[in-house]
Design a protein around this ligand. Structure first.
Ligand code: ATP
Length: 348
């Protein structure tokens, strides 16, 4: 079933949540349209989980409005408790019931279904996460990663219209994570589930989401598609979040920035201090370019990571080059810098 997008399904406006002196969420607004997967991305402690808990009804915010399916669940004089919000949730501690079997844990959210159907749906959810053979065991016999998969199965089984998930794939090893992530996302897409996923991993956010909301110290600082955030970060913070950067402090003068490694266009930017950020993949070898000594090469399989020390620059440039193409350490190379991989942020 594909669901038309464009209608706000989850909307938060001006949410603020303070714990003592700590402002966990400061005036945050976001909306996820129907069927959209929105990732809430940010460093540890920036307020992601708190915002998710506000959406779920596990925190009552100090200020703000929350709407789910056009129904106000938080607002002046309104607070709808979690069990009456009709959203699915999966939190970091998994919150499995220790006295219930794995199957009963998954069946817990399916009490509205007749018993045989609830059983079948729960078993299907367990098959999807590869744990059907543990159906009659208790959660304590499972590893952390297996418990996470059970929590995921429990959250997905009732096919909620809105699903809130906190780092749902964090505790799985890489191969399992890829498999479960793909499986989960295909279920969510097929059902048109509006999903808010908290993660600190930019690669995961880019892979999973239709849009990403980037948080910094309680604020949502940029919202956009993964491509928009990666290619057009609005701030140095956003740029750094998505890519390792070579950073050079410089001055903008008359729409250009001169640095020891080249002059770059800065049209439309005001004169003054700036940070020039060069993506590692913007560097390539050419016949004649910026002379640079090769200081170190590391092989990662997918790319060569090469450290260059350009002539006339009191620093190094880190480059990502196609595997097997990097020169030997100690050689002098000629470098080109692709201007589309250069970002300039005024600092004043
Ligand atoms: P992580 O990725 O580490 O889970 P996060 O981005 O989800 O972090 P939150 O868990 O929302 O961040 O926490 C935001 C801030 O609020 C932190 O400084 C945290 O210590 C504080 N905080 C969160 N919950 C509480 C609470 N119940 N009591 C006091 N402080 C809290």
């Amino acid at each position: 079933m594909s669901v038309p997008m464009g209608e706000a399904c989850l909307e938060m406006i001006g949410v603020r949540q303070q714990f003592g002196a700590t402002v966990a969420v400061a005036d945050a607004s976001l909306r996820a349209d129907r069927g959209e997967v929105l990732c809430l991305l940010g460093h540890s402690g920036c307020g992601k989980t708190t915002l998710l808990r506000v959406a779920a009804g596990l925190e009552q915010p100090d200020a703000g409005i929350v709407r789910l399916n056009d129904r106000v669940v938080v607002g002046p004089g309104v607070f709808v408790p979690p069990e009456r919000r009709g959203v699915g949730m999966m939190f970091q501690d998994y919150a499995l019931f220790p006295h219930l079997s794995v199957l009963d844990n998954v069946r817990f959210g399916l009490t509205h279904l007749p018993h045989p159907k609830a059983h079948r749906v729960a078993m299907e959810a367990l098959v999807r996460v590869g744990l059907a053979h543990y159906a009659h065991d208790y959660p304590h016999v499972l590893s952390g990663g297996q418990q996470q998969r059970i929590a995921l199965a429990r959250a997905l089984a009732p096919h909620p219209e809105i699903l809130l998930m906190d780092e749902p794939f964090s505790n799985l090893d890489q191969r399992m994570r890829e498999r479960i992530r793909e499986e989960t996302m295909s279920v969510l897409r097929e059902k048109g589930t509006t999903t808010l996923i908290v993660t600190h991993d930019p690669a995961e956010a880019m892979l999973l989401s239709d849009r990403v909301a980037l948080m910094e110290q309680g604020h949502i600082v940029q919202v956009g598609t993964p491509g928009e955030l990666y290619r057009h970060p609005k701030s140095l913070f956003a740029a750094r979040y998505f890519c390792d950067l070579n950073e050079i402090s410089a001055q903008i003068r008359g729409g250009a920035v001169a640095t020891p490694v080249g002059t770059f266009a800065a049209e439309g930017l005001p004169d003054g201090r700036c940070m020039v950020c060069i993506r590692p993949q913007a560097l390539s070898l050419v016949g004649l370019g910026l002379p640079a000594m090769v200081e170190r090469c590391r092989f990662t399989g997918e790319a060569d990571l090469v450290t260059f020390r350009p002539q006339g620059y009191d620093g190094v440039l880190e480059a990502r080059m196609p595997p097997g193409t990097s020169p030997e350490a100690g050689a002098v190379a000629q470098l080109a810098i692709d201007p589309t991989g250069v970002l300039i942020f005024p600092l004043d």
